[in-house]
Design a protein around this ligand. Sequence first.
Ligand code: UD1
Length: 406
Amino acid sequence: MEGSLRIQGSKNAALPILAASLLCPLHCELLRVPRLSDVDAALSILRSLGCRADQQPEGVYIDSTEVSCCSIPPALMEQMRSSVIFMGALLARFGEAWLSMPGGCKLGKRPIDLHLTAMRSLGAEIETENGSLHCRAQKLRGSEIELPFPSVGATENAMLAACGAKGETLIRGAAREPEIVTLQAFLRAMGAEIEGAGSPCIRIGGLRPVKSLRFAVGADRIAAATFACAVACCGGDVELRGVDARQISALLHFLNAAGCDIITKNRVLRIRAQGRLTAVGPVVTEPYPGFPTDAQPLLMAAMLRARGRTFIRETIFEQRFRQAPELCRLGARIRVDGRTAEILGVEALHGAALAATDLRGGAAMILAALSAEGESTVLDEGHIRRGYEDLELCLESLGANILLEG
Ligand code: UD1
C-alpha cells in the first residue's frame, strides 16, 4: 500500500455532539462530521423531534430552536447504540424523554443500567416497561455520580443531563476517552461550565446558553487505527493525515513491536511495514488510555500472518471475537476460549467468502482479505457504512484492489 490519506472526522465524537445540540435552542454548524449511516440515524432522530438537521458537503447544520416533542420512535432508537445519549439531552431541556432500548453492534450484553442510575442521581424518575423507557424530572438537580465502570456512553449521558441541572454535578469514575474531551469542548462552546474531561472526575456547573456556534470535530482515531492496521496487514508505506497519534499510542506500541516503522510529526502519522511481522502481546483491551476494544479485531487481522503466537484478551465486551470464525475461512488459525483469543500466525492466507458480523469485525475482515492470496468477498449488511466514510475508496487510493457491489 502506498499513498497519503486524510482521516475522516470522528464518528464517536460526532454522535454525542449531535445529541448535545438539543440541549438549548441553537443554530449550529458542525464541520468534519463524517457521512455515515449512524450520523444519518442521529440526524433522523433530531428531525423526528422537530429540529432542522441537514448534512451538506461542508458540514452539518442544525436548528434546534423549535423542538416539538420529546419522544423518539423505537424504529430510530434501534438503529444505533448512541440513540440512548438523547435521553440526557431531552431530560436536560424538557424534563421528559420517551425512548426505548437502543440498537447497535451485537457484542454481547449491552445494558444501560449505568445510564439510568446516573439520570436517577440527578433526580429523574424512570419507568421501564417492555423495552420502553419513560424518563421524567420536575427539576434536575446537580449531584455526585459515581460510575462503577468508566462507561463512555453513560459518562456522555450524565454530562448532557447535568447541563440542565440546577447546581453542581460531579461525575466520578468517568470515562477518559478523547471523545469525552471533544464533547466537553463542544459543551463549553455552547456556554456550559464544565471541566475535568480526560480525567476520572468531571465537574459540571450548568449552562448559560449561546444562540449559535460553529464547531469542528477531530479525526477518527479508530479510522486511523484501521488504516494503520491495513498497512501492517498488507505491507507498504502510507501517510495518515490529521491524526493525533497519542490517541492510538496503545495500538501503535504493538504495531511498532511487531516490526512496523512509525513516524509521527505534526498530525501526520507515517507507517511502513515490510515482510512478515512478529507476534506481539499479550494484548488486553481496556478503557482509555488502554488498548481500545474497537481496535482489537483490527490488530487481530494484522497478526494473522505474523511469526509466532499472539494472545488477545477482551475485557470490555462479552462477545467481541465474532470476526474470528470468519477470519479462519481465509486460512487463519485462531482459537477462542472465552475472553481470550490465541492467534497462531500462518505463512499465507487464501481467498474466501466472508460475512461481516459487526462494524470493526467487518473492517478487520476486509483488511485480512486484502492480505490474502486470491480473491475474497465480504458480504456486509450495512455494518461497515455505520462507521466508515468510503472505506473501499480510501483503501483503493492506497493501492488495494477492492470492489463494492450493491
Ligand atoms: C462506546 C463506543 C464504542 C466503544 C465503547 C468502548 C460510541 C458511539 N461507541 O460505546 O465504539 O467500543 O465505547 O470503548 O462512542 N455497560 C454496562 N452498563 C451500562 C453501560 C455500559 O454494563 O449502562 C458495559 C457495556 O456492556 C460494555 C462496557 O460497559 O461491556 C463498555 O461500554 P461503554 O463504555 O458504555 O460503551 P459504549 O458507550 O456503548
